[in-house]
Design a protein around this ligand. Sequence first.
Ligand code: ADP
Ligand code: MG
Length: 245
Amino acid sequence: MGGSTAAAGTSGAAVVDDRARGPMVRAVDLHRSYGSGTGAVHALRGVSFEIPRGQLVALKGRSGSGKTTLLNLVGGLDAPDGGRIDIDGTDIGGLDESGLLELRRDRVGFIFQSFGLIPILTAAENVGVPLRLRRTPAREREERVALLLELVGLAEHAAQRPTELSGGQQQRVAIARALANRPALLIADEPTGQLDAETGLSVMELLRAIVRAEGVTAFVATHDAQLLDLADRVLELSDGEIVER
Ligand code: ADP
Ligand code: MG
């Protein structure tokens, strides 16, 4: 990849021009509750914020503050009870199931705390999964997988399975996989939560470098103070509300 056109994942100057006007993410008055009646948990209580294009924005807040709930809404994995989310210029509340599927497949890359790699596949095959889902021709797929493994520093480990890799290496594979379809937005939910401090820092530094080099935007939940320094901006959630902007 490389260059801003790669990250946009779209072709045609008109499309890019149109979308370049607004922020990558705009959230307005988001509400999300689980359950109902007296047992209801109000995970998000009117959350509004924007994420400018090309930035790495960290989302901090203690356990239970609503971080995962918010990331799931922004990535189109879950729908809010109220409010509006625009991603890359699209009001995702207006998308039907197939529109949401396309959003998650082509425009958003997800990175989870538990890596989420497929155990029986090699590192290269794991990175190639999103490309297979999009029926990318084999030759193009192999070239892109090689480039991505190089980008995350794992070119030498392409043929290894997840159990043959360290935690940090597994998370690098997951980052490469998240980038496979040239998403505009990377969403990472405590990506360093299962790693020791030093490995976690190196994974966060990799994300930082990718955001700079590839022009992608990243929204990363973490409660590790050391990692917050690498962000362009920090949003803080407390009991379902933004307390810092
Ligand atoms: P965080 O990621 O910051 O730890 P979460 O978004 O996971 O926070 O959770 C926010 C609140 O919503 C917590 O009180 C949590 O217990 C509750 N919650 C999250 N998911 C569910 C669910 N599927 N059903 C019921 N309550 C949930
Ligand atoms: Mg969480």
